[in-house]
Design a protein around this ligand. Structure first.
Ligand code: ADP
Ligand code: MG
Length: 425
């Protein structure tokens, strides 16, 4: 193990040219090297691939990588080969001869990583060949595909369980960017991870302060906020019509640095508006969720939600467009009582008991009352008794919901371990 420590860094430098690991990478790599089942929950772009590619080089045998898409496999294998690493993928596009060559290279211990689709795990020829191949460990990429709760559900991920049962001594590393408790639980059980070491990088955006506010006249409220806002931001609305009407209202009230954006615009109009906004330090776009993908603007100081997003994940993505430069930024969610009903829709598929969830949310909202734009940091102390008195629910149920919200990073806990005293920002 002493040897691994130095080898890790040498290998990182030699094959990837990097000098250091990112946040959680080293811990995950260590867990894999010590043959433990491991679950890695890291946001997209965090560098999950390296977490199995590097140990694959250090360990004896072939690392079997299970990946949901051929395009992903090809990409990764090309990249690895470019870095002089012996990697291959199997696909039905390959003829028998090519597959044979790959199997032989694996048997001879030349190939270090073998990428396959989950479907292949039941292929007879594959299973026969794998018997003669020494596997180092199994890496399950995009492990949330095993979850029936998500959009990426792939029934064939169920094959992994059977494969693992037939190869019980081989450790497994599951990787995903999805971190809802429900999905996490499903990954653990369906992959039969034994006592897994779990690595979860915080999805928290420390520099974004989230405020929610009950508002009856939203037009007036947004006008007031924007009148004093001197920085660039986004106002998310739900419909094209809302985008246009709100913009018109703001123009009429002498706010000229705003424009609307939605999917009904021509590509040319969209580009013009996005470019204009991109290059400005104080423009505001009133937009549907058509505006989002590929936003690469540093100095977005605020994101206002005219009404709640269709899902908590969407909400997280949308407010995430603020403060990419790391500077203090604000998110405002405007809501009213009628809209809380819409949460019914939102919470479908997320928490089994919607009514209970709603009660807790509405309680949390009721204490999130914020009056002014440039607020001094305000801290709310919440306690379990308060929520219990309000909702008449059991501690366990409340905990459940709070944990869910916490994992969505909508609510910032002061102390991860104690749910009895929570600090909301
Ligand atoms: P994920 O699968 O978590 O979305 P990837 O594995 O695709 O992320 O990695 C994202 C990018 O980060 C890649 O370009 C990769 O080369 C880079 N990267 C990974 N680890 C490091 C590191 N230790 N130092 C610098 N760049 C890294
Ligand atoms: Mg990845």
């Amino acid at each position: 193990s002493q040897d691994f420590q130095q080898l890790k860094y040498e290998t990182l430098k030699h094959f990837w040219g990097y000098d250091s690991f990112r946040d959680s990478q080293e811990g995950i790599i260590d867990a894999v090297l010590y043959e433990k089942d491991t679950l890695a929950l890291l946001p997209t772009g965090a560098g999950k691939s390296l977490c199995y590619q590097l140990p694959a080089l250090l360990k004896e045998g072939v690392c079997l990588v299970i990946s949901p898409l051929l395009a992903l496999m090809k990409d990764q294998v090309n990249q690895l080969k470019f870095n002089q690493i012996e990697a291959e993928y199997l696909s039905s596009e390959l003829d028998e001869f090519d597959s044979e060559v790959i199997y032989n290279r694996c048997k001879d211990g030349l190939t270090k990583l073998l990428y396959v689709s989950p479907e292949r795990l039941t292929n007879k020829q594959f299973l026969q060949n794998i018997e003669e191949i020494q596997l180092s460990f199994i890496a399950v990429d995009e492990a949330h595909c095993i979850s029936e709760w998500g959009q990426d559900f792939r029934p064939s991920y169920q094959n992994i369980k059977e494969f693992r049962r037939n190869n019980p001594e081989i450790a497994c590393l599951a990787l995903t960017a999805t971190a809802t408790p429900k999905v996490l639980e499903e990954i653990k059980t369906k992959l039969e991870l034994k006592n897994p070491t779990i690595f979860q990088k915080s999805f928290k955006r420390e520099n974004i302060k989230i405020f929610t506010e009950e508002v009856s006249d939203k037009y007036q409220r947004i006008l007031n906020i924007l009148k004093y806002a001197t920085k660039s931001g986004i106002v998310y609305v739900r419909t094209r019509k809302e985008a246009e009407q709100l913009t018109e209202f703001l123009h009429k009230n002498n706010l000229q640095n705003v424009d609307f954006f939605h999917a009904g615009l021509t590509t040319k109009e969209k580009n013009t508006r996005q470019n204009f906004w991109n290059n400005s330090a104080q423009n505001v776009l009133i937009s549907t969720n058509a505006f989002g993908m590929g936003i690469d603007k540093d100095n977005v100081r605020f994101v206002i939600h005219f009404s709640p997003s269709p899902s908590i994940e969407n909400y997280y993505q949308e407010i995430g467009r603020a403060g990419r430069d790391g500077k203090k930024s604000f998110a405002f969610l405007l809501w009213n009582k009628q809209e809380l009903v819409n949460f019914d829709q939102i919470l479908k598929n997320q928490i089994p008991n919607k009514e209970e969830f709603l009660k807790i949310i509405s309680y949390l909202y009721s204490i999130f009352q914020v009056a002014e734009f440039e607020l001094p940091e305000k801290v709310f102390q919440l306690n379990m008794t308060g929520i219990q008195n309000f909702t008449k629910l059991s501690k366990a149920k409340i905990n459940n919901v709070l944990t869910f919200l916490h994992n969505q990073e909508i609510i910032y806990f002061n102390d991860n371990k104690s749910l009895s005293s929570i600090e909301l920002l």
